[in-house]
Design a protein around this ligand. Structure first.
Ligand code: C2E
Ligand code: MG
Ligand code: MG
Ligand code: MG
Length: 288
């Protein structure tokens, strides 16, 4: 049983609670309670613009602040939230925390954009538009500085409906990025049709460099054609960074630059990264 549990993502729950079904029930209950108590925090991963040589943005990544078990990563609970529909509630919470953070940074003069992950179910939730409208009329709303990351599967379905919704979101002053680009939907007709500001190349392509080079080049060309920014995700080595810089990839994000950090460490992390960029460490042999 323990061998089997070893392959289970929720091992630490099942070991303490007997049957898998029981454990699952417990997690769902705990998630519900944690939503009410807002026991979730955002960590932030910097995104560096190679031409500007500085951190331009940060992706908000949610963590569950479990009352007894400490910080739990998204892979352990996002799938459960998606299956049960709790993702709509969690998505709302993340959207509120993210927009309020963006407004706070704007007020304090911390010049950085924010990216928020939106799940397919949340995209269909009426409350998404309501909240986006609400924040867009805030006196300190940083127009153009909040980006919503959606995956390609959000774009499956009625294209007229999706186009209208994306246009409405863009009109309010939000940017739209496609996350994990290249791993989902194969019908690319949406690329020229929808208002897309950014393509985030999935990390699976980056960690297969240089073999995956032709695909990355193709995505870079495509993005230039539609005037979208390109971000390479999962940049882990100097070799990755060299290849991407040589091929004029605009922006990079990954462990080589910085892991996601809690809010308290973001400003100092950004300062350090900016200093490295300025001192040209990005172009030296040993960088990070
Ligand atoms: P994602 O949106 O594609 O986020 C990137 C994930 O890759 C993050 O994992 C990040 O920590 C990780 N990562 C960044 N750089 C590297 C690297 O160099 N190497 C490797 N191996 N990984 C790297 P995290 O934080 O565990 O999040 C996993 C996924 O959970 C996210 O993938 C996203 O799909 C989902 N997620 C996270 N926060 C939220 C949220 O607030 N709402 C929704 N709906 N989904 C979220
Ligand atoms: Mg993302
Ligand atoms: Mg991604
Ligand atoms: Mg992902």
């Amino acid at each position: 049983a323990s061998k089997q549990a070893g392959r289970n993502r929720v091992t630490f729950f099942t070991e303490q609670m007997g049957s898998a079904a029981n454990a699952r029930n417990t997690i769902e209950q705990e998630l519900k309670t944690s939503m009410e108590n807002r026991n979730f925090v955002l960590h932030f991963q910097p995104r560096v613009d190679l031409a500007e040589s500085r951190v331009v943005s940060a992706e908000a990544l949610v963590r569950w602040q479990h009352p007894e078990r400490g910080l739990i990563m998204p892979n352990e609970f996002i799938p459960i939230c998606e299956e049960t529909g709790m993702i709509e509630e969690l998505g709302q919470l993340v959207l509120e925390m993210g927009c309020e953070q963006a407004i706070a940074w704007h007020k304090s003069g911390f010049d950085i954009e924010i990216s928020l992950n939106i799940s397919p179910r949340q995209f269909d939730d009426e409350r998404l538009m309501q909240s986006l409208r609400k924040y867009s009329v805030h006196p300190e709303f940083p127009s153009g500085k909040i980006e919503l990351e959606i995956t390609e599967n959000v774009l499956i379905g009625d294209h007229d409906h999706i186009e209208n919704k994306l246009e409405a979101i863009a009109q309010l002053g939000y940017r739209i990025a496609i996350d994990d680009f290249g791993t989902g939907y194969s019908n690319l007709s949406y690329i020229s049709r929808f208002p897309l500001n950014c393509l985030k190349i999935d990390q699976s392509f980056i960690n297969q460099l240089p073999k995956s080079g032709p695909i990355i080049d193709l995505i870079l060309t495509l993005a230039r054609q539609i005037g979208a920014t390109v971000v390479a995700e999962g940049v882990e080595t100097a070799e990755h960074l060299d290849w991407l810089a040589d091929h004029d990839c605009e922006q990079v994000q990954g462990y080589l630059l910085s892991r996601p950090v809690p809010l308290e460490r973001l400003e100092s992390t950004v300062e350090q990264l900016n200093a490295k960029c300025k001192s040209n460490a990005l172009n030296a042999d040993t960088r990070f």
